[in-house]
Ligand binder design. Structure first.
Ligand code: PAF
Length: 282
């Protein structure tokens, strides 16, 4: 069985003992309900360190008032089994009280500017403050040398990088490639809400991202590429929130149409909101 920690002192002692032995420690934060995408983060973490700690914590501060924190799927037994099979050494399972000793309302909040105002931040106000708030605590609790985040949540990764640099956390941040189903659909806990037909249809998002990259490389201007992608998504039965081209740090639109870029899409299919992205060079 994987070593599971619910007390911070015990977790810290374990990590300290590894470090005394000269071992490098990697960390994979999660909210549970784990799938192969998460397990790939653990496997990648193993390649960057000698020991891997994962956390499962459904973080109340990153849910909006209309997002159902209470109904977020919790699958602790399957998560523990999957983490162990993926090569994780320790599982950190903090309680809400341990994470927020002053209570959720009275907690010290970490607010990351610039990179949080657009895209997911625009449609989920306060979401990234909650993410930065909990990730900063998790970093202080686990004290890893390296932490792994999926590139699927591209803006989240940008927020974490910004925070780590600005607050001088001595932690290397590694972005893990998106894991996709055979049809190209990016793996996500939300895919479980899709019907079989919707799952097939959802693959259009990754095709649309590839078409955006091709169009940029073919010299189409940014505005035309973005408008064309939105139109294509509507025709394929989606309700798009955005289909945009940005520079990799997300702070500016991808003007100039050459160099490193990322295409990002958020779109609803039925009642499920899906996000995906593609990094490319033009
Ligand atoms: O990506 C997630 O699952 C969460 O946002 C994270 C990073 C674990 C913080 O709660």
């Amino acid at each position: 069985m994987i070593d599971t920690f619910t007390e911070l002192d015990a977790l810290r002692e374990r990590v300290r003992s590894w470090k005394r032995d000269g071992l490098r420690v990697a960390f994979v934060p999660t909210m549970g309900n784990l799938h192969d995408g998460h397990f790939s983060l653990v496997k990648l973490a193993r390649t960057h360190a000698d020991r891997v700690v994962a956390s499962v914590f459904v973080n109340p501060t990153q849910f909006g008032p209309n997002e159902d924190f209470a109904r977020y799927p919790r699958t602790p037994d399957a998560d523990a089994r999957g983490l162990e099979a993926a090569g994780c050494d320790a599982l950190w399972l903090p309680s809400v009280e341990a994470m927020y000793p002053y209570g959720v309302e009275a907690t010290v909040r970490v607010q990351v500017p610039n990179v949080t105002a657009t895209l997911e931040g625009a449609s989920r106000p306060g979401h990234f403050d909650g993410v930065a708030t909990v990730v900063s605590r998790l970093f202080n609790q686990v004290q890893p040398d390296v932490a792994v985040f999926g590139r699927k949540d591209y803006q989240q990764l940008a927020v974490v990088r910004y925070m780590v640099r600005d607050l001088a956390f001595p932690i290397e941040i590694v972005g893990a490639d998106i894991v996709r189903e055979a049809n190209g659909l990016a793996m996500s806990s939300r895919n479980q809400y899709l019907s079989a037909d919707e799952r097939a249809q959802a693959a259009q998002i990754s095709r649309c991202l590839a078409a955006m990259a091709d169009a940029v490389r073919a010299g189409e201007p940014r505005e035309a590429v973005e408008a064309g992608a939105s139109q294509r998504l509507v025709e394929a039965g989606f309700d798009p929130d955005y289909a945009v081209l940005r520079r990799p740090d997300l702070t500016v639109p991808a003007t100039g149409e050459t160099g490193s870029m990322v295409a990002l899409i958020a779109a609803r299919l039925g009642r499920t909101r899906l996000i995906d992205n593609l990094e490319f060079t033009a």
